[in-house]
Design a protein around this ligand. Structure first.
Ligand SMILES: NC(=O)c1ccc[n+]([C@@H]2O[C@H](COP(=O)([O-])OP(=O)(O)OC[C@H]3O[C@@H](n4cnc5c(N)ncnc54)[C@H](OP(=O)(O)O)[C@@H]3O)[C@@H](O)[C@H]2O)c1
Length: 272
């Protein structure tokens, strides 16, 4: 058995490209998402194309109560995880009063709680293999975005624990890589749960749109570099922006506030 990587959210977008990229580098793969058909199609493609071992394990990662059972199922395949890629994620978009409580909890569980529990569950494997965890975060972690605050705050929390765990797990020989993409050409926006008002007010991307295959390559290069234990910001424009986004946070917050109050004045009145 070769090196094994587990990729969550492997049925589309960045996760699918990561699976293809890692397969081309001879990783065996455990592919996880809810849609079994999509995963099985990819397993076939990768086995045939690269001669690797690959398994499809369908699971709804927002169901954090059952996650230990899911982890046991993966361990029951008789493999040891060397690379854990916490990529599955989704958004919920709209004014707070229109959001469904269950959707809010599901998104927090999927984007924030599941990566923590998976890291904990595979810790022994990762330490034995001197492996690494990759958390797919977002540049939006550093920006307050009205109507998207549930999503951005899960990513901010994930960013924080990524930094903490990088320090904590280093003595175990486990690297923890944070990935901060800007806009990528994936199904993310069509998969985002939008409230009635938000669906009428969809925004266009404000920044270059990245090819997920390129982002996957950038990530895999860092995974394969045993000396790399830090953050990845794919794309030159986003890399430059990322340098300024934290020091300029108060200014960004001010301008986001001005933009929002102009653009959405009168659209919503919170029960007035
Ligand atoms: N696209 C962007 O512009 C962008 C920017 C910054 C960061 N990101 C982050 O990049 C990551 C990948 O997103 P993407 O852009 O590739 O979007 P995507 O095409 O919508 O892919 C999301 C993946 O997550 C899986 N998923 C969603 N809900 C799940 C659940 N409850 N349980 C298990 N798997 C679930 C989906 O598969 P199933 O439907 O089969 O479950 C799918 O494979 C996310 O963490 C996202 O926050 C995206």
């Amino acid at each position: 058995m070769g090196r094994v990587a587990l990729v969550t959210g492997a049925s589309s977008g960045l996760g699918k490209e990561l699976a293809r990229e890692l397969a081309s580098r001879r990783y065996d793969l455990v592919l996880v998402s809810r849609r079994r058909d999509a995963l099985e199609g990819l397993v076939e493609e990768l086995r045939a194309g690269y001669g690797i071992n690959a398994w499809a394990v369908d699971y709804d990662l927002s169901n954090v109560g059952g996650i230990n059972e899911f982890i046991s199922k993966v361990k029951g395949l008789g493999i040891t995880i060397k690379v854990l890629i916490n990529n599955a994620g989704a958004g919920v978009y709209g004014p707070l009063n229109e959001l469904n409580e269950e959707d809010i909890v599901r998104i927090i569980n999927l984007n924030y709680i599941a990566p923590i529990l998976l890291t904990k569950g595979f810790l022994n494997d990762l330490a034995r293999e001197r492996g690494c965890v990759v958390n797919v975060i977002s540049l939006a972690a550093h920006i307050p975005i009205p109507w998207l605050g549930i999503y951005t705050s899960t990513k901010a929390a994930l960013a924080n624990i990524t930094d903490s765990l990088r320090i904590e797990l280093k003595p175990l020989g486990i690297r923890v890589i944070g990935v901060y993409p800007g806009y990528m050409r994936t199904n993310f926006f069509s998969n985002t749960i939008a409230s009635p008002t938000a669906s009428k007010a969809r925004e266009n991307p404000m920044g270059p749109v990245l090819d997920p295959a390129y982002v996957a390559r950038e990530i895999a290069n860092k995974v394969d570099n045993p000396n790399f234990n830090g953050d990845v910001v794919p794309g030159t424009a986003y890399r430059i922006a990322s340098v300024f986004v934290r020091p300029l946070y108060p200014l960004i917050r001010y301008y986001v506030g001005r933009w929002f109050s102009r653009k959405y004045r009168g659209i919503i009145n919170y029960g007035k």
